[in-house]
Design a binder for this molecule. Sequence first.
Ligand SMILES: *[C@@H]1O[C@H](CO)[C@@H](O)[C@H](O)[C@H]1NC(C)=O
Ligand SMILES: *[C@@H]1O[C@H](CO)[C@@H](O)[C@H](O)[C@H]1NC(C)=O
Ligand SMILES: *[C@@H]1O[C@H](CO)[C@@H](O)[C@H](O)[C@H]1NC(C)=O
Ligand SMILES: [Fe+2]
Length: 468
Amino acid sequence: MSINMMASILAMTMLLLSVVVCNGGLTGSYIRKPWSVDMPLDSDVYATPSGYNAPQQVHITQGDQEGKAMIVSWVTMDEPGSNEVHYWREGSPDSTLVAEGYHVTYRYFNYASGYIHHCLLKHLEYDTKYYYEVGIGHTVRQFHFMTPPEINPDAPYTFGLMGDLGQTVDSNNTLMHYESNPKKPQAVLFLGDLSYADDHPNHDNVRWDTWGRFTERSVAYQPWIWVTGNHEIDLAPSIGETVPFKPFVHRYPVPHKESGSTEPFWYSIKRASAHIIVLSSYSAYGKYTPQYQWLQAELAKVDRTRTPWLIVLLHAPWYNSYNYHYMEGETMRVQFESWFVNYKVDLVLAGHVHAYERSERISNIKYNIVDGSCRPVKDESAPVYITIGDGGNVEGAADNLTMPQPEYSAYREPSFGHAIFEIKNRTHAFYSWYRNDDDYATQADSMWFFNRYWHPLDDSKTSISQHY
Ligand SMILES: *[C@@H]1O[C@H](CO)[C@@H](O)[C@H](O)[C@H]1NC(C)=O
Ligand SMILES: *[C@@H]1O[C@H](CO)[C@@H](O)[C@H](O)[C@H]1NC(C)=O
Ligand SMILES: *[C@@H]1O[C@H](CO)[C@@H](O)[C@H](O)[C@H]1NC(C)=O
Ligand SMILES: [Fe+2]
């Protein structure tokens, strides 16, 4: 036996010793330091690109329903400049295409935005690397992205999951760990609460610009799918700011019209083998409201023979056993949970609570008005609920947990980190959570997901948690 083999067997044995195979109900005992402040304005991550009017804060998101379009956005600070994006398939620089976008500006109290450009690249080919350029003359900047594979029930695809990121040194660590993840995630499902600019005096919108520069190193190269969180509301009547979501909607467009939505706060996309529904915890969702009607129609349109994986993104979790944001997701749960069970949603992702939690497959839809009995029960048709609000923002970690841990809570821990959802085929997906305090490849919590439509077997025993 070679030294290398012996070393790896030893490493494996040590790993197995520290692993706890769990059937639910574990709380990681590691409590990290709870507090950081936003990175200073002169930090390296906020450096502006050199050159007059150079494009900055470049970011991309899916631009249509099927993954054949991309919205490219960027900001120029000095003058409007060009609205064009030049782009070409890898290996074909001679057949450069040009798309013409538009730009917007907005004011917020005493802040005036730069020129915020948005440009839709359409008719892209699937599974293809594209290069693109924004800016003109001496300030052209080049980036690239991969389009997803054609929609297919067995198309593998790897999503990164992050939420409540903000812009502290912890946020920077989360992003670094995400970028270094050996699973090489291809797109981010971002669970809301981006910049936390509203934690600064007068919601200092300069902090929206710094967040755009900080995250460019990832989001210029792979699409982030946006969810609206409470820190996107930016409502401040005392300083005359009475239009909710103003900075967010000017900066982060989404393809909501393509899914029949009337507002950018709820919409859907398909990507590879996943149908992703984005909901807004901060828009009306009562019966007859636009969001309610849209969701009802949308769920009926999901075709699990094309897109087996049905994933819902929202900000305020429905199941949450931390002493923070108590019952904030409850009215939406009451409104929609029975639909999620009927349509066999695989996974519901939320942020908001600044910690990590994964639930069992449970539902709480059998409320009995006579005896008042109402509690979560195991339900194989129900989704797994994951809270991934652990990006590391300025508000610190949620380290006060309800005791005892409820039965529905499979694993919870107030550490910062990110997760990966790795679709293998129509029946299997591998989920893993990574805490910032570990090295890049350490899976602190993981689970094999069995698809609720194609392989609806009990997957609750597939989880492995490694807590300190
Ligand atoms: C942020 O992380 C990047 C990548 O690791 C590093 O180069 C940079 O120095 C960090 N900046 C701050 C302010 O922590
Ligand atoms: C944790 O939350 C509970 C419920 O809100 C509260 O009673 C308790 O004082 C909190 N504990 C700490 C240490 O803040
Ligand atoms: C689906 O993926 C799982 C996990 O990788 C694998 O065990 C299974 O054989 C695959 N199914 C098919 C039909 O290939
Ligand atoms: Fe939040």
